[in-house]
Design a protein around this ligand. Structure first.
Ligand SMILES: Nc1ncnc2c1ncn2[C@@H]1O[C@H](COP(=O)(O)OP(=O)(O)OP(=O)(O)O)[C@@H](O)[C@H]1O
Ligand SMILES: [Mg+2]
Length: 264
């Protein structure tokens, strides 16, 4: 469904330029949930913006269902890392969630029904008439997730989607993502800096190096389904994968220098 080949991007030019993507190759099959992890600032959001057609990469190619991405594909939804800027403050929560459904040609009652269903899924069925600025950061993030879910995209891109919610809500949203994916045959690309989360929700975990980002690991997560917060995280396979991803994210590092009595 998604074919990324030799994707490169540099921001700016000259001495102040920043080489963000150094030739990223990645294929995602229909129905897969692929997690992308990598050090902070390595280029994860840059990669996602290229896939979403929001940024024209310096080089390489992104094919979505065989066609080069030019502009944002209709079958795609994005949950942005910066949720506070992704909701319209002058629209109610329900209107924020239902707005993209106009693009699908749904009439108003069906848009409202889909918005309420998605808000209920994220535990915000009571918040539809409020405005985003009346909600906490975590609630706003859940509205952004509800908006993407209501749209039922073929491909869902999520950039650190659970970054600003408490631990319990985070687990609930991870499980919601897995359930929705199961029901609606969505393909999901999920960026996270949380290694445990990547192994818990992913079918695959793709590890990016520090800038310029390249793929340094692509691990299949072969854990029993359905995933369950306690049992899955206790599974020996989970513990092994988490360690493997952690080593790849950290990259090759010199051994720690322990101070000797003479140097202290
Ligand atoms: N519009 C821009 N102009 C110039 N540099 C940029 C721009 N956007 C991102 N960068 C730089 O490119 C690098 C990669 O940024 P990006 O946001 O893709 O990283 P990231 O992996 O998503 O980081 P984080 O984990 O903090 O979200 C960073 O060093 C950043 O400063
Ligand atoms: Mg980012």
């Amino acid at each position: 469904m998604l074919e990324i080949s030799n994707l490169t991007h540099t921001y700016g030019s000259g001495p102040g330029s920043h080489h963000a993507l150094g030739g990223v190759d990645l294929s995602v099959a229909e129905g897969e949930l692929v997690c992308i992890v990598g050090p902070s600032g390595c280029g994860k959001s840059t990669l996602l913006r290229s896939v979403a057609g929001l940024l024209r990469p310096g080089g390489g190619e992104v094919l979505f269902n065989g066609a080069p991405v030019a502009g944002t594909p209709k079958d795609l939804a994005v949950v942005f890392q910066d949720y506070s800027r992704s909701l319209f403050p002058w629209m109610s929560v329900a209107d924020n969630v239902s707005l993209p459904l106009r693009r699908k040609g749904l009439d108003r009652p069906r848009r409202e029904e889909a918005a309420l269903e998605a808000l209920t899924q994220v535990g915000l069925e009571e918040a539809g008439a409020k405005y985003p600025w009346q909600l906490s950061g975590g609630m706003q993030q859940r509205v952004a997730i509800a908006r993407a879910l209501a749209y039922r995209p073929a491909l869902l891109l999520m950039d650190e989607p659970f970054g600003s919610v408490d631990a319990q809500t985070r687990e609930d949203l991870e499980d919601l993502t897995l359930r929705v994916r199961g029901h609606h045959a969505m393909t999901i690309l999920l960026i996270t800096h949380d290694i445990d989360e990547s192994v818990y929700v992913g079918d695959r975990v793709v590890v990016l190096s520090g800038a310029p980002a390249t793929v340094v690991g692509d691990l299949r997560v072969d854990l029993p389904e359905p995933r369950e917060q306690i049992a899955t995280r206790e599974h020996p396979g989970f513990v092994r994968l988490r360690a493997e991803v952690g080593r790849l994210v950290r990259g090759p590092r010199p051994a720690a220098q322990h101070p000797t009595p003479e140097t202290v």
